[in-house]
Design a protein. Sequence first.
Length: 533
Amino acid sequence: MSYRNRWIDSLSNQNGIALPLALIALIGLTMLAMAFLSMAAVEPQISTNLNDSTRARYLADSGIESAFDLLALAPSAGSGSWSARLAGPDGNQDTPDDQQPTNAVNVNTAAVLTLPMPLPGQPAGNGTFSVTIRNDDIGPQVVNGQVVYAGDRTLTGFQTGGVAAEDPGGKFNDTNGIVIVTSTGTFNGATRTIQVAMSRVPLPPLPGAYTMPGTQADLWFNNANFIIDGNDWQYDCTANCNDPNPNNRTYAYAQNANQSKRKFGIAVQPGVQQNSNPQVSYEQRAEYKLTTGTAAEIAAKQSHVIGTDQNNPAVSTTGLNTVAAPTDLDQVLNPAKMQAFLDQLAAFSDTQVYQSRLSCAQNIGSTPVGIRMIGNSDTNNPNLVTLQGCVNQQIDLGTKDKPALVYFRGDLDPTSAFAGVRTEGPKIKGAGILIVEDGDFRFTNQFDWDGIVIVTGKYTSSVFESGAEVNVFGATVANETIWNEGGDQNQTVFWDGYFNSSIASGIELRHSQQNLDLVQRKLLFRISTWREL
């Protein structure tokens, strides 16, 4: 046999091949088993990490909610305001606690927050969150010699002159109602961070149940069928409160046990009113009709104006001492503050603006009426009303769960006869902010409102006619912005608030801090942008 054949036979001989193949298969199976065992050991850790990360994310959410509660009801100026919080708990700028809201009050426990903090009622072992608040002051950056419009503009979307811009107030002075909140949640070493932009239109000071910040404060009281009450009223459950079905519970307004938020009955701006007698103050003009009539009529009218005593703010009183101009400048509402607030509302994304014009007005008696607001006979939906006249449609005036921002804009009428809006028909009920500008707001039926009613502009009045039965819990504003109303340079009086209801206690205008907070929180405050870092 040749050498070549022997070599071929050796290659084709398979004796002993089983052992190496078995060893190869065993090694492969061993490696696969080890891989599976390794994966099985890692899976619980992966699951644990995912769980920890998810819990950290929810803790970061809790921090955002805590900041939301803190900032939503913060005053627009002074202690506790957004600008004050930017300097941290010590109130000093450029110190280590800047942007740290550690002086925040936990609304659930009434305790002072410390950072990081656990969820209310939970130990720190269940996770913590920490929150910082800063102003949106980081502007465009120069990168490689070019201006890059990044910074806070991409987060806030704030516009000025059509161009996104940072807050010109800098690091410690919020001027645009926008701040940036960053919240970090931590659980078992896992951390998640969320950053949001929070924005708001702050409420102006509303120092009275009935506030007259304008250039006139002329009131007419035909009788004592009214109550103007600056005591603080709250909407509480009174029956079936533990029923899981909220429709079976009964709610009613009652005076708040804590009267720290009490206001004046009637509030005006300080100073002297512009009229033919330049020595007459706004306060004296508001008081005038409360001091005319028989002794019994005067006593009855004055007893129906209730609120903080201007001579002793710690107590409530009735009569002339609760008709006042605030001495604290932060509490003064004047035409400039009122107009700034109205301008913000008009530009607010949720504002519904309805035009009420003289050109399309209907004459009701001697009164041209731009829009008739007609109540709904469905008692389950008194917030749904029909507008007729210059606007013909059904609108929703809002509820306490979902308040509305409704704005009626009228026409200038120097005769002061034009009614921008007139209520009619079945009961009307709404919640939020209702504005009637440049035209009277005439009430003729049952009208209930939770929040703020504003009558503003030139030649305007809030008119409560004979059949009116009006209940406002929150604040009512009558803001006349021209002193020679009616076009009369000698100042023939045109009443800015005309109370003429023939129904006993037909007009009840009561202060409710609860409803003002509702408006601020649910209508005028929001998270505008949300991102994870």
